[in-house]
Ligand binder design. Structure first.
Ligand code: BGC
Length: 736
């Protein structure tokens, strides 16, 4: 395997209400369709030169060679000038789904970092995602941005994907419902949110040219369904297309994805913006792309004069230019960008926003193992805290989504390189130290800290303490995939040594996705804290000491080995030098990824099909109390069941309803879920309406539900299923 270059980074990289028991009010989704007529009328008034103003833009970053910051731009990911004559505002764009990104400190400001996408998804709570979206959207607005490049929703097809931390889940229903809520939250600030990266952008290795092959039905039932639900319920003003190729075409020029699926089949009314440096040529306009973003990263500015010249001689391009403008304007008007302009310098209540981040982290932490050691007693006398820079903060994922705190990172670990973008690839820690939070929670305890670099010394400290808590970090970044699922830097050996020295060893994982746990049998407890964001330290301590009863559930499968995956070896891992420019890669045209191996059976569905047992299955998570689920009834598309808290303390459970077989064929799909809070002894009836697409196959241009008996079961997780309830359904077919 070649040495991976970490230098060739090719991209730029209304106040939110804290929430808790009482649900703060949620704004409805915007209505794109209502603004089409006005957008059409204004687009018709555009003069020749005005017609290509909204169709392309730069990355307003002074360190990109040749870039002069235009008036009205805010240093961030993108800028599209407005047309004052027609009252059209400029688009000021910033990343991303976890908060307002940092772009190398250019704005000299900070922002509130939400926990990673996986941590958010582990809450299984659309409310949490809505409030997180509303919070980060309010900060974007206060900094002068009116487009937040949020809504990352690619399904986790491979647990080694370097951007897994930015995305949500491996399941289309969970991903779609959650991303829709986040988008509604962002757009409740009168700004536009994207949903991205459309579509099938499942790995970072060779990301600009990996060519994905997948049958239409399989795509519609999986990755595309997540986008479809997210778009229907979230109404994002914009869809960002992806870097990769699909059936030999760049996703940002894919007639199938953009025209046929998104615009014709789903009737999407907003606009498609490109990913940064993802536009192959002017013909992408005919493929359905409406706006060229970050144009310095492409070979040329295709959607300016080149597009104008094409439109002058070719009616197909002329029609597209009108449609492109109408679509950008539809999003602008529907989100209210013209009525409610943004400008930098708005006030941000960082203390209130930190509470939103902390609540999200608390609700997303997943308790994976507990032999009774947790929750820790606040009267503990001695605790050894080891590793993970727990004295400084919690790790964050890197790349364009990296958010820096108000006072900057607590610590960074450089990966070297002198590219202007290499700072975005630094490993960074949010200023929220678990060590301080543990000391605060157990004031009488003697708490020692060792960074874990010297195993024998850390073991010595672990031996002297009642409890040892090892913090293990697994950092990921946009642009690179993980070579395997091990914890880096010898942390597996450190954990094994500490566990051998102290029977009360607890591992707190700060990972960007699934990891292997060769030491699992030896430790007393495991807590998956993900990338826990701006207030990760207190959130982790709150779970460790029982102030928060963990209610998070895994949104992805943790495999027992790489051999269980559809692709035990990542495509391109052997020979591709990750170079984000995508140029001059030997053999780049030969990098293919065959998603037909698993088809729509992504994650737990693949495991069910193969009869494989995961290390930890999708939907898994323990609590300090216990629950039972009963009385499952299914009638048509309506299901109900009852959850009872059978333990001694208040806690949250996530009701999970799965299809387990259909018309005589084993088939597992999550068809409904609901997170609820219950007092000890209390019970609640939960109802869910099943989206028929989850019961159907996509065949010959439409959805098909075969006639027959459908089996449903409640699951504690995807592997631990209750009694099957059978329902007869008649054959149904329909179009989107
Ligand atoms: C990423 C996008 C991001 C864009 C702008 C790209 O490299 O893939 O997610 O929004 O850069 O920074």
């Amino acid at each position: 395997m070649k040495v991976r270059s970490r230098l060739a980074w090719g991209v730029a990289g209304l106040m939110a209400l804290p929430f808790g028991t009482a649900q703060a009010e949620q704004a409805p989704a915007i209505d794109l369709a209502k603004s089409v007529a006005r957008a059409d009328a204004v687009a018709k008034q555009m003069s020749g030169d005005e017609k290509t103003v909204l169709t392309h833009g730069i990355m307003p970053l002074p360190f990109v060679p040749g870039t002069v910051l235009p008036e009205g731009s805010v240093p961030g990911a993108g800028f599209i000038p407005g047309i004052p004559r027609l009252g059209i505002p400029a688009l000021t764009e910033t990343d991303a789904s976890l908060g307002v990104s940092w772009v190398g400190g250019l704005r000299k400001d900070g922002a509130t970092a939400l926990p990673s996408g996986l941590a958010q998804a582990a809450t299984w709570s659309p409310d949490v995602l809505y409030h997180g979206g509303a919070m980060i959207g309010s900060e974007a607005r206060a900094k002068g941005f009116n487009v937040l490049l949020a809504g990352g929703v690619n399904l986790m097809r491979d647990p080694r994907n370097g951007r897994t931390f930015e995305y949500l889940a491996e399941d289309p229903l969970l991903s779609g419902e959650l991303v829709a809520a986040a988008i509604r939250g962002v757009q409740s600030n009168g700004i536009i949110s994207t949903i991205k990266h459309f579509a099938l952008n499942g790995q970072e290795t060779g990301r600009k040219y990996v060519d994905v092959k997948i049958a239409e039905g399989a795509a519609r039932e999986s990755d595309l369904l997540a986008f479809q639900i997210g778009i229907e319920k979230g109404q994002p003003g914009s869809v960002m297309c992806a870097y990769n190729r699909v059936h030999g075409e760049q996703a940002c020029a894919s007639d199938w994805l953009l025209n046929k699926v998104l615009k014709q089949s789903w009737g999407y009314k907003g606009f498609v913006m490109s990913d940064w440096g993802a536009v192959p040529g002017v013909e992408a306009a005919l493929g359905g792309l409406d706006q060229q973003s970050g144009e310095q990263l492409d070979k040329a500015v295709f959607f300016g004069d080149v597009l104008k010249a094409k439109a002058a001689s070719d009616p197909a391009y002329a029609a597209r230019i009108h449609d492109m403008n109408r679509r950008v304007l539809t999003a602008i008007y529907a989100a209210g960008l013209d009525r409610n302009p943004t400008k930098p310098g708005g006030k941000i209540d960082f203390a209130a926003n930190a509470q939103v981040a902390e609540e999200t982290a608390k609700q997303g932490i997943v308790l994976l193992k507990n032999n009774g050691v947790l929750p820790l007693a606040k009267t503990a006398k001695s605790i050894a805290v080891i590793g993970g820079y727990a004295d400084s903060g919690v790790v964050a994922g890197s790349g364009s989504s990296l958010v820096h705190d108000e006072k900057g990172p607590a610590a960074t670990r450089s990966l070297g390189g002198d590219s202007p973008f290499s700072a975005l690839m630094q490993q960074s820690y949010h200023r929220s130290a678990p060590l301080a939070a543990i000391k605060a929670a157990a004031p009488a305890a003697a708490v020692t800290f060792r960074d874990g670099r010297y195993i024998a010394d850390a073991v010595e400290k672990a031996k002297q303490a009642e409890v040892a808590i090892v913090f293990a970090t697994e950092w990921r970044t946009e642009g690179l995939d993980q070579p395997d699922l091990s914890l880096p830097d010898g942390q597996d050996a450190l954990i094994a040594a500490i566990a051998a020295a102290n029977p009360n060893t607890i591992v707190v994982l700060e990972t960007g996705g699934p990891v292997a746990m060769p030491w699992l049998d030896k430790v007393a407890g495991v807590v998956e804290a993900w990338y826990a964001g701006a207030r990760g330290g207190p959130a982790i301590a709150s779970v460790l000491f029982g102030d928060t009863n963990p209610g998070g559930r895994l949104p992805v499968t943790f495999p027992a080995s790489l051999g269980q995956l559809p692709r035990p070896k990542l495509d391109g891992a052997d020979w591709v030098e990750p170079n984000f420019s995508g140029d001059a890669e030997p053999g780049k045209d030969q990098l293919h990824s065959d998603y037909d191996i698993e088809g729509s059976d992504v994650g737990y569905r693949w495991f069910a099909r193969k009869g494989q047992k995961a290390l930890f299955p999708f939907g898994y998570g323990l609590s300090y109390t216990s629950f039972s689920a009963s009385e499952l009834k299914v009638s048509g598309l309506n299901a109900s069941f009852t959850i009872t808290n059978t333990g001694k303390i208040k806690g949250d459970d996530v009701g999970q309803l799965y299809l387990v077989n259909r018309a005589g064929e084993a088939k597992q799909r999550l068809v409904g879920f609901k997170r609820i809070t219950l007092e000890p002894g209390a019970k609640q009836k939960v109802t869910v309406t099943i989206d028929p697409r989850l019961l159907a196959d996509w065949k010959d241009g439409g959805w098909v539900m075969p006639a027959g008996e459908y089996g449903f079961a409640l699951g504690k997780n995807a592997e631990d299923l209750g009694a099957v309830v059978k329902v007869k359904m008649s054959r149904k077919i329909w179009k989107d």
